[in-house]
Structures are given as C-alpha cells and as structure tokens.
Design a protein around this ligand. Sequence first.
Ligand SMILES: CC(C)(COP(=O)(O)OP(=O)(O)OC[C@H]1O[C@@H](n2cnc3c(N)ncnc32)[C@H](O)[C@@H]1OP(=O)(O)O)[C@@H](O)C(=O)NCCC(=O)NCCS
Length: 190
Amino acid sequence: MIGEAPWTSASAPRADANGRAARVRVRMPTADDIPRLVALINELAQDSGLLFINAVDPKTGASVLRDHLASIALSGTEAVFVADQGDALVALLTATRGAHEAKRGVVDIGIGVRQGERGRGIGGALLEAAEHWARSVGVHRLQLTVVTTNAPAIALYRKLGYVNEGVMHASAKLDGVYLDQYMMAKLLPG
Ligand SMILES: CC(C)(COP(=O)(O)OP(=O)(O)OC[C@H]1O[C@@H](n2cnc3c(N)ncnc32)[C@H](O)[C@@H]1OP(=O)(O)O)[C@@H](O)C(=O)NCCC(=O)NCCS
C-alpha cells in the first residue's frame, strides 16, 4: 500500500546470532520501499524456486510495482506485507482476494523470506499480519498451494492452523519435473 502503513505486526521475530530481531518490522510497504521491493522480489525469484515468483525488470520494475501498489490500494483486492530489517526488506507476503463478488471472502497467500533470514519467526509474523488484515476486511478463508516436499512451509502453515485439503497432482513444473502440490486453507470464523 502506498502511503502510511496502517498496521504493523505485534509479533516479534526471534533474534539471530547478531541480535537483529529487534530491528525486524512487519508492515505494508510505502512508496519509499519500491527499489528495495524490486531487489527483494528478484532475489526471491532467483533463490526460492518453490515460491514461483516472477522476477521484475530492474529498469521498468519500479514503475510497474508503483502502479500495481497504487491500484491495489484503491481496489482493496490485495494486501502486501514486507518485513524490514534496517536498510533491507527481508521478506514479502501477498494476500489476494478473489476478483469476483463470490470470491471476495477468499484470499490467496504467497510468502517468501530471504534465505539467510529463515527460521527466525519472520514468516509466521507475516502470516499473522495477513490474517489480521483478512479478518478486518471480512475475509473468511485463507488458502494457498504448496509443493508436497516443501517441509518448512508445510510445517509453518500447519502450526498456524492451515489444514491440508487435498493434492493437486503434477500441478507445477520445476527444472523440467512435474510436482504435486497440497491445497491448504484456514477458515476464519466470523
Ligand atoms: C516457508 C518460509 C516462508 C517460512 O518462513 P520462516 O521465516 O523461515 O518461518 P518461521 O521462522 O516463521 O517458522 C515458523 C514455524 O514454521 C516451521 N518451520 C520453519 N522452518 C522450518 C524448517 N526448516 N523445518 C521444519 N519446520 C520449519 C516451524 O514450525 C516454525 O516454528 P518454530 O520455530 O516454533 O519451530 C521460508 O522458509 C521461505 O521463504 N521458503 C522459501 C519460499 C517458500 O517456500 N515459500 C512458500 C511457498 S508455498
């Protein structure tokens, strides 16, 4: 969201060996974040194959992203959360509502944490932020797909109350290999 971030996470990611947790903050991105957001997206696209995120063009990406964030701020169809750690953004979550009225109460989640920052509670804090936002806008279901071998992600989702609703066979192709994915979801009682 462009402008003042309206919400920040109450969750506190754990410290790493250098005690950096105190500086990690989960919030919505502002216009000032856009260059760092481009860098984060491109790093995740490079390092996190299981996230299935496309890299953005380093030349045009900033303006594309600026337009996208401005448009979702107006439409309310999507929320984006970042984790910032001083000078760098270290994690990203997108929460996308269905475009059709019938699917407005359903949100698709995508999440990625920079390789060196995983296992510190940052992913959990981002998911809590997304859930907080989802409840505030009347969303009743969070859902995602996850490759069946992605143990850290599956453990994180289970810990936060997501349940496995089934398998989508051969639903993604990575490095020439078809992969199965679980459909996982969490219902948010109204
Ligand atoms: C999945 C991902 C977002 C998790 O983020 P994270 O910041 O590392 O997760 P957290 O530190 O918040 O972990 C929370 C819980 O998840 C589980 N978990 C996280 N990493 C784990 C691992 N390597 N092995 C087992 N469980 C793990 C644990 O239950 C953990 O709780 P605990 O620390 O109390 O034991 C991160 O690993 C990532 O970005 N992976 C690459 C991209 C990706 O796979 N995205 C998801 C696609 S569906």
